[in-house]
Every structure is written in C-alpha cells, then in structure tokens.
Write a protein of this length. Sequence first.
Length: 278
Amino acid sequence: MSSLQYPFLVSDIDGTLLNSKNEISKENLRSISLFRRLGGCFTLATGRNYLESKRMIDQLELLFPVILCNGAILYEPATQSLLPIHTMSRDLMMAVLQDLEQKMPSAVDLFAYGVDRVYARKVSPQTQAWADQNDFQPEVIPSFEQIPDTPCIKIVAVGGPEEINLLQEWSRTIHLPVDFIASSDNYFEILPAGASKGNALARLLQKLHLVPEKAAAIGDHCNDLSMLSRAGLSAAVANAHPSVLQQAKVIVPSNDADGVSHLIHNHLIHPFSRAKTP
C-alpha cells in the first residue's frame, strides 16, 4: 500500500514530459520509475491518438489506462484495447468539416480522427515536418466524404497565429454539440461534447477507487486545464501557457529542465514544499 500523499500522477506529453528533442529525458524516466517503485501509479493524458502515443506508452511500460485524444478515448494496456468514451456522429463531423472548409483559409490543415486512423485532404510542409517526428501518418483522401462510417472522435485544425485566431472567432459562431480547445499554439481541436482530460481523469480515478485529492497532474497548455482542476495537486512546467501557470498550485522547471522529475522529487516523494518556484 502506497504511503505517498499523492499516489497517482498523470502527465501531459507534448511540452511537458517530452523535451524539445521530442524525448523523455533520462532524469524523468528515472524519477517515474522511482515513483512507481514507491507505490505510485503513473499514466499519461494527451491530445494524441494511440499510434502517436505508442512510443511513450511502450517506453514507460504503462500499466494503467491512458487518456488519449483529449479525453475522448481510454487505452487499456492490460488488454491493449481502445475504449471510445466520447464520440460525435458522422453527420456532425461532416457538417463541421464542411463549414471549416468553406470558412477557413487554405493555410489551415484539417484532420479528422477515427478511433485508430486520421484522415486529411492535404498536409502542409510545416505539419508534415512535425508529423515525421511524431509517428503521425494521416491517410490523405480526396474528400472527407470518403471517411468510413466508424466512430468519429475529433477534428484538429492546424495553422499559424492568424489562423488560430480565425478558428477561435469561428468557434463562437457554432451552436452544435461540440467543444473547442487549443491543445498548443498551432493546434485547435473540435471535440465531442463532454470530452476533456478532466472528465476522463475523473472516470479513471473512479475506476481505480481513488479520490481526486489523491491525484497529481502536470501539463503545459489549455487542454490540460480541466485535468489540473480535477487533481488534488496541479502542476505546470515553467514553459506553460499563462492560463496554466495561473491555475497550477505548483510551478516546476520547464520540459527541457526535467520538470516532471522535479515534481516527483519535491512534491510527491517529499510533498511538503508547496511554493511556486520555477
């Protein structure tokens, strides 16, 4: 039985656990291993799908369910199964995609996520460069109408600052059963209503018979806010979005300075330091 004050830790991946080389540092790996040896439960919560996350899941040898697609899917390592917990109808996905294609400039890349596949009509060179480093291989199709009639998970729009501002403005005009979240400075997501890392974390903690007060969570961007609000101890890496830095109870060094390791050693294993010290 764990004697840790926070026996459960969930971490975002991009900008949090991964450094700017797209790697989990040796220090983070060692600290996660120590946390687990002391009885702690560790898992991930990410906007990525399973194939994009598999490298980290395998490297960490995760035992507990992983929150994928910003809370729309849970991955169960024990059975290697994907459980969609929030989906949108195909008609709804098509309506949103059609509206986006009509109103957004061509600089915006659109990706439609199924449970285990991602579809696109085009991939810009900038997005492809990121994709090549992150196990992200969408299936390029002539029309989104060719998406199979399978569970629809989410839509991701990718663009620069001007395009993201346009997407934010567009979202305020939409009155459909979907939610919107920025998962990075260049990624804007349209999710099934109710899908969030926070709601998925609550579901997971209930499954593990843990109260939220016993959970710690760490992240860096707006899609992590709901998760941080559900955890007994919320942490942000120093490179986090201003809204995340403001909400977090603890600020740790950046993703390039082993922030996850710092959280484990200074606030989970030695939980009495509470100051916001990057």
